[in-house]
Write a protein that binds this ligand. Structure first.
Ligand code: B12
Ligand code: SF4
Ligand code: SF4
Length: 379
């Protein structure tokens, strides 16, 4: 078999397979990455969403018998909303990050990888493949970097010369000895725009993220959030795009050629108040096929409460009162107390004082007292 020819043909078939970029990496161990991941863990910078076994993360041979190469793919996604609905007083809206705008990318990329497997199997019936997207053990970014998909930016993202960093990544390990590609030669140069713009200083050094401070991570947690981070969340309901929006390499990059990745405005920039009372069934119907749904509705609803506080719009007080006095989840009630203190005014004080009379949960009572203390003297 002429493996180079097969690789060239595979790349030429990328477009018909619905894939924007394909590269090939060797299946050698990722030795430097391993050192990096050990240090990352020692520093407490992990999010907890990573595969915990660092050997599996860095040695493809542990995942796949006779691993000879890794085929990496990238699919570009939209970065702009055309005529989005406006967030106005009394009708405030939140935002989902661009990585959750269309259909869940896990589904889309897995389907593309299956097509690619089929294409390869037709030509090499003895080919074996193990595909993964995001939830696999490998570092999708490290594989993409080695396969020449893009370079590893100071914001941690893989930046492709063609689509910027607005790309999803996936890969398949195979027993086919496809010749590896070379990493791209571009780099960030002396730019520091992402590090300067990060609202929480989570980018502690170029390419080094303290996940615990990253707003993207915080929006995906389920518990109570610190006052400092709630203020920084703004109106983000899921994820954070700031370090990519400011990146000069993303300027003018917007891919609209995959219809399933096109955003539905009312889903990606939804009204906040109706989100607060959304039941499980409605959530599954609306967001079930969206990448933001993987942690359930609680984080998104908690973030909607935070966003209403950050808008400081007195028209939101009745909706927040509804959460504070009626939501069965203590995290939502305590967060609503914080949001009312952000809005302030006599109406907020009165809602907080009334709720205090019937509240039984210690954490919520503490949040109400903190909120009332913060407002003491201001009304
Ligand atoms: C855990 C996780 C998160 C965590 C932690 C992110 C992080 N930067 O570590 C949280 C929840 C915060 C997160 C957020 C986001 N994520 Co995420 N996440 C992952 C996941 C599951 C693992 C990442 C990981 O292991 N990180 C640990 C770090 C240390 O390793 P790494 O980034 O994988 O590898 C790089 C470094 O090790 C670096 N490196 C190695 N050695 C050295 C040495 C030096 C000196 C330096 C500087 C660097 C360096 O090079 C490697 C390649 O770039 C991957 C999927 C996967 N299985 O890989 C998706 C993934 C990285 N996420 C993705 C996306 C889209 C995002 C968000 C943009 C979503 C959003 N809009 O909110 C943000 C971006 C935040 C950011 N600035 O990184 C995409 C990235 C696509 C791209 N173009 O790069 C991935 C690949 C999912 C996918 N399959 O598409 N994510
Ligand atoms: S995703 Fe947001 S919080 Fe996280 S590093 Fe980028 S700018 Fe900072
Ligand atoms: S903003 Fe600048 S430093 Fe950050 S990733 Fe983009 S080019 Fe690199």
């Amino acid at each position: 078999m002429d493996w180079r020819r097969l690789k060239d043909d595979m790349k030429a078939a990328a477009r018909e397979l619905g894939i924007d970029k394909i590269g090939v990496a060797s299946a050698e161990p990722f030795t430097k990455l391993k050192e990096r991941l050990v240090r990352h863990r020692e520093l407490g910078y992990e999010s907890g969403f990573e595969e915990p076994d660092l050997d599996k993360r860095t040695e493809p041979a542990l995942l796949f018998d006779d691993a000879r190469s890794i085929v990496a793919i990238a699919i570009a996604y939209p970065s702009k909303l055309q005529d989005p609905p406006r967030s106005v007083p009394g009708a405030r809206r939140g935002m989902l990050s661009r990585s959750a705008w269309g259909e869940d990318y896990h589904t889309v990329l897995r389907e593309r990888l299956r097509r690619l497997e089929g294409w390869l199997r037709e030509r090499v019936p003895e080919g074996r493949f193990l595909s993964m997207v995001d939830t696999g053990a490998l570092s999708d970014r490290a594989v993409a970097e080695r396969a020449g998909i893009g370079w590893s930016g100071s914001n941690c993202a893989i930046i492709t010369p063609e689509w910027g960093s607005w790309v999803y990544l996936g890969e398949m390990i195979t027993n086919l000895p496809l010749p590896p590609d070379k990493p791209v030669t571009e780099s960030c140069g002396d730019c520091t725009a992402c590090i300067d713009a990060c609202p929480t200083d989570a980018l502690v050094a170029p390419g080094q993220l303290d996940s615990q401070r990253c707003i993207s991570f915080v929006t995906q947690t389920k518990g109570l959030v610190s006052d400092e981070l709630m203020r920084k969340i703004g109106n983000r309901l899921y994820g954070c795009d700031t370090c990519q929006i400011v990146c000069p390499e993303n300027k003018g990059k917007h891919a609209s050629h995959h219809p399933e990745l096109a955003p539905d405005h009312e889903k990606v920039k939804p009204l906040l108040v109706p989100l607060l009372t959304m039941g499980n069934r409605e959530f599954k119907e609306r967001y079930g096929s969206n990448a933001s749904a993987w942690r359930g509705r609680k984080p998104i609803q908690r973030n909607a409460v935070i966003a209403l506080g950050n808008f400081k719009d007195a028209e939101s007080i009745p909706a927040l009162e509804g959460v504070l006095r009626g939501d069965p989840r203590f995290e939502l009630r305590a967060t609503a107390a914080w949001s009312l203190s952000r809005i302030g005014g006599e109406a907020s004080v009165s809602v907080l004082s009334e709720a205090r009379k019937s509240e039984k949960d210690a954490a919520v009572l503490e949040a109400i007292d903190t909120a009332l203390d913060a407002l003491a003297g201001s009304v």
